[in-house]
Design a protein around this ligand. Structure first.
Ligand code: M6R
Length: 578
C-alpha cells in the first residue's frame, strides 16, 4: 500500500510534503520519512509509527526546494526505521520513495553487487537504477523494464534539481503551478494549491521541475496529457469534533444517505439504464466490507429485477478458471476505487470484452477511469480504516440501483426511510456484559447473514476479537460444537418470513448454554439474555438499520480495550497491493 508525496519549488516544500503525507496516512501508518535535496546532498528523516512522530523530528522552519516523502504499510520487511522510505542507493546518488511491490526483487538482488541495509524491495529498485548508466530518466526507464510488479515512485538524484516519477498499477498524479510541482498517490493532496492535475496512466513517466512538468511514455518519448480540473472534486477538509473519525462517520450516516437519495432521485444518476437493462445477469466483485455490500446488492437485484446474480471475492475471482459472458454486467464495488484485487478483476473483465460498472466513493479513482458505467456513492470522505458510512451508502446505492434497473417505483418509501433513519445512542451498559465473552459468533439468515458477516468483521478489525459471522442454518453443521456457556451469539433477525427459522437456531444455541444478544425489530417467542431493539422499517432497509449498533459495538469495544479504533494494527484504508 503506502502513500507517496513529492514537491519541488520555492515555497514550503517540506511542510507541504508532510501535510500531503498526513492526507495519505489512510494508505498506511507503520512508518514514514522524507528525503531532502539541498546543496547537492541528500538527507533523510524517518520515523516509526504515525506521521505525527515524523513531524516531531522536523524543524518547523526547515526549507528545502526538493522533497520526497512516504508513508508506509509494510510489505517487505518489518516495521523499522531501516525499512522506512526513502531509500538511498549504495553510491549515495539516488533517493526513492515507492508504493507497490517489486515481485522479482530477490532475483534482481542477486544480480546487483551491493550491500543492502534494509529488507525492502524498494532498496533493490533504487540500486537497480543506480547500476544503469546515462541520464536519470533513461536509467529509470531501463530499470522499470526489468522490474516485475507494481510501482508508483518518486526519485531524486543528488546533482539535479528535479523529481522523476513513474507509475505502473499503483496510483500517481502530478500537479503544476508557476511556482511549484507536486506528485502524490491521491489528488486530495493538491486541494487548495492547484486548479488542475494530471493522472498518470500505467507505464508513464514524468520529470518535474520548479513550475514545469514533462511527461514521457515507456520508451522515453515525450507525450501530452490532458489535465483534470481539481475544482470538481469535493475536497473539504475533515475536521473532527468527536475524538475519533469512526465515531463521526457512524453519526454521519443519515445525512450521507439523504444526500445519496437526493443525488439519485432529484439529480438523476448519469447512467444509461436502457443499455444496462439488456444484461441477462450480474456478477458482483469486491473485497472486505465492499464484498458484503455486493452480497446485499445481489439479493436486491434478484428480488426486484429477477435477474440471476453471482458474487465473488476479488482475490478469488482473479484466479478462478471461469467463463465470461458478454451478456453479464460485471459490477465492482469499492469505497476507494484503488483496491488492487478489485482493479485487477475489472481489467480482466475488460480484456474479455465484457462491460464493467463500478460503485465507488472517490471521484477520479482508478476503478472509475476503467469503467463503462459509474454509479457513485456519496458517503463523503471516509477516514477511519473500518468502513461504516461508506458501507451503508454502498448498500443504499445498490438498493437504489436495483430499483432503478427494475423500474419498480419505490421513491416514496426510500424518501421516508432517509427522512426517518437515525443513529440511536449505543447502550453502553450492554458493553460491560458483552466484553465478558471471549467467544463471539454472529448469526443471521439471508440479508441478516450479511449483517452478521459485516458485524463480525468490524469487531475483528478494530477490537482484535476472534469472532465469526455464520449463516444461522449452518450452525448445526459444525460450529455448534463450539457453543458453551462462555459463548455469546449475536443473532440478527429482521425478516418476518424467516423469524421462526431464526428462533429454532437461537434455541439450539440456548440449549447448549450459549448466551444470546438479539438484534431485532420483530416480536420473538423467547427471551434473550440481551436485546437491542431495532427501529422498524421495511425489510429491504433493515441491513442499513441493523449494522449501526454493531458498528457502535465494535467502536466502544475497541475503546474499552484501549485501542485506537481509527487506526487498527496491521491494516490500511486503501489496499493497493495484492
Ligand atoms: O476501498 P475498498 O472498498 O475497495 O476496500 C475494500 C476493503 O479493503 C475494505 O472494505 C475493508 O474490508 C474495510 N477496512 C473493512 O472495514
Amino acid at each position: 500500500m503506502c502513500g507517496i508525496c513529492a514537491s519541488i519549488g520555492k515555497e514550503n516544500e517540506v511542510q507541504d510534503v508532510v501535510l500531503g503525507l498526513k492526507k495519505l496516512e489512510y494508505r498506511g501508518y507503520d512508518s514514514s520519512g522524507i528525503a531532502l535535496l539541498g546543496d547537492e546532498k541528500i538527507s533523510c528523516v524517518k520515523s516509526v509509527g504515525q506521521i505525527k512522530n515524523l513531524e516531531k523530528k522536523i524543524d518547523k522552519n526547515l526549507c528545502c526546494p526538493v522533497v520526497i516523502g512516504h508513508t508506509r504499510w509494510a510489505t517487505h520487511g518489518v516495521v523499522s526505521e531501516e525499512n522506512a522510505h526513502p531509500h538511498i542507493s549504495q553510491d549515495g546518488q539516488f533517493a526513492m520513495v515507492h508504493n507497490g511491490i517489486i515481485e522479482n526483487f530477490e532475483k534482481l538482488k542477486t544480480q546487483l553487487d551491493v550491500c543492502l541495509y534494509s529488507q525492502t524491495d524498494t532498496e533493490v529498485f533504487v540500486n537497480l537504477i543506480a547500476s544503469k548508466t546515462g541520464e536519470t530518466l533513461f536509467r529509470l526507464l531501463q530499470a522499470a523494464k526489468e522490474v516485475v510488479g507494481s510501482f508508483a515512485v518518486a526519485l531524486i538524484h543528488k546533482n539535479e534539481n528535479k523529481i522523476f516519477v513513474a507509475k505502473r498499477q499503483s496510483p500517481l498524479a502530478v500537479a503544476v503551478s508557476k511556482t511549484k510541482s507536486m506528485a502524490a498517490s491521491d489528488i486530495s493532496v493538491f486541494a487548495g494549491k492547484f486548479d488542475f492535475c494530471y493522472i498518470l496512466d500505467d507505464n508513464q513517466f514524468a520529470v518535474m521541475e520548479d513550475g514545469k512538468v514533462d511527461f514521457f511514455d515507456e520508451n522515453g518519448k515525450k507525450i501530452q496529457k490532458n489535465p483534470v480540473f481539481i475544482g470538481d472534486f469535493d475536497f473539504f477538509e475533515e475536521t473532527l469534533q468527536e475524538k475519533y473519525f469512526m465515531q463521526k462517520e457512524i453519526k454521519e450516516q443519515p445525512v450521507a444517505l439523504r444526500k445519496e437519495f437526493f443525488k439519485y432521485f432529484s439529480e438523476c444518476p448519469n447512467l444509461d439504464f436502457e443499455a444496462l437493462k439488456k444484461c441477462k445477469s450480474l456478477h458482483f466483485v469486491a473485497c472486505g466490507t465492499a464484498y458484503h455490500s455486493c452480497l446485499l446488492g445481489a439479493q436486491f437485484v434478484q428480488q426486484f429485477c429477477k435477474k440471476p446474480c453471482s458474487v465473488s471475492i476479488a482475490s478469488e475471482f482473479r484466479y478462478a478458471r471461469q467463463t465470461f459472458s458478454k451478456k453479464c454486467l460485471y459490477v465492482f464495488v469499492s469505497q476507494s476505487g484503488e483496491t488492487a484485487d478489485t482493479i485487477a478483476c475489472a481489467k480482466l473483465v475488460k480484456e474479455k470484452g465484457c462491460k464493467v460498472m463500478c460503485v465507488t466513493n472517490v471521484p477520479y479513482c482508478t476503478l472509475e477511469q476503467m469503467s463503462d458505467f459509474v454509479f457513485p456513492t456519496f458517503a463523503g470522505k471516509e477516514i477511519a480504516v473500518a468502513s461504516t458510512k461508506a458501507y451503508t451508502c454502498q448498500v443504499f446505492a445498490l438498493l437504489c440501483f436495483a430499483l432503478l434497473l427494475s423500474g419498480v417505483d419505490k421513491k416514496e418509501s426510500l424518501k421516508n426511510f432517509v427522512k426517518e433513519f437515525e443513529v440511536l445512542p449505543f447502550q453502553e451498559k450492554l458493553l460491560k456484559e458483552i466484553c465478558k465473552f471471549k467467544k463471539v459468533f454472529f448469526i443471521g439468515r439471508q440479508q441478516d447473514y450479511v449483517t452478521a458477516l459485516e458485524g463480525s468483521l468490524k469487531l475483528k478489525e478494530i477490537a482484535y476479537l476472534n469472532c465469526i459471522g455464520i449463516a444461522a442454518g449452518e450452525l448445526k453443521h459444525g460450529t455448534l460444537a463450539l457453543i458453551d456457556n462462555q459463548t455469546l451469539v449475536i443473532a440478527i433477525s429482521t425478516q418476518e418470513r424467516l423469524k421462526e427459522k431464526m428462533e429454532s437456531n437461537i434455541l439450539e444455541v440456548k440449549a447448549r448454554g450459549g448466551k444470546v444478544l438479539l438484534l431485532s425489530n420483530l416480536q420473538h417467542n423467547f427471551t434473550p439474555e440481551f436485546r437491542i431493539d431495532l427501529p422498524d422499517f421495511e425489510e429491504c432497509f433493515m441491513p442499513i438499520v441493523s449494522i449501526v449498533p454493531l458498528q457502535q459495538l465494535a467502536f466502544f469495544y475497541s475503546l474499552a480495550l484501549g485501542f485506537n479504533p481509527d487506526k487498527p494494527r496491521n491494516l490500511a484504508k486503501a489496499v493497493t497491493v495484492e
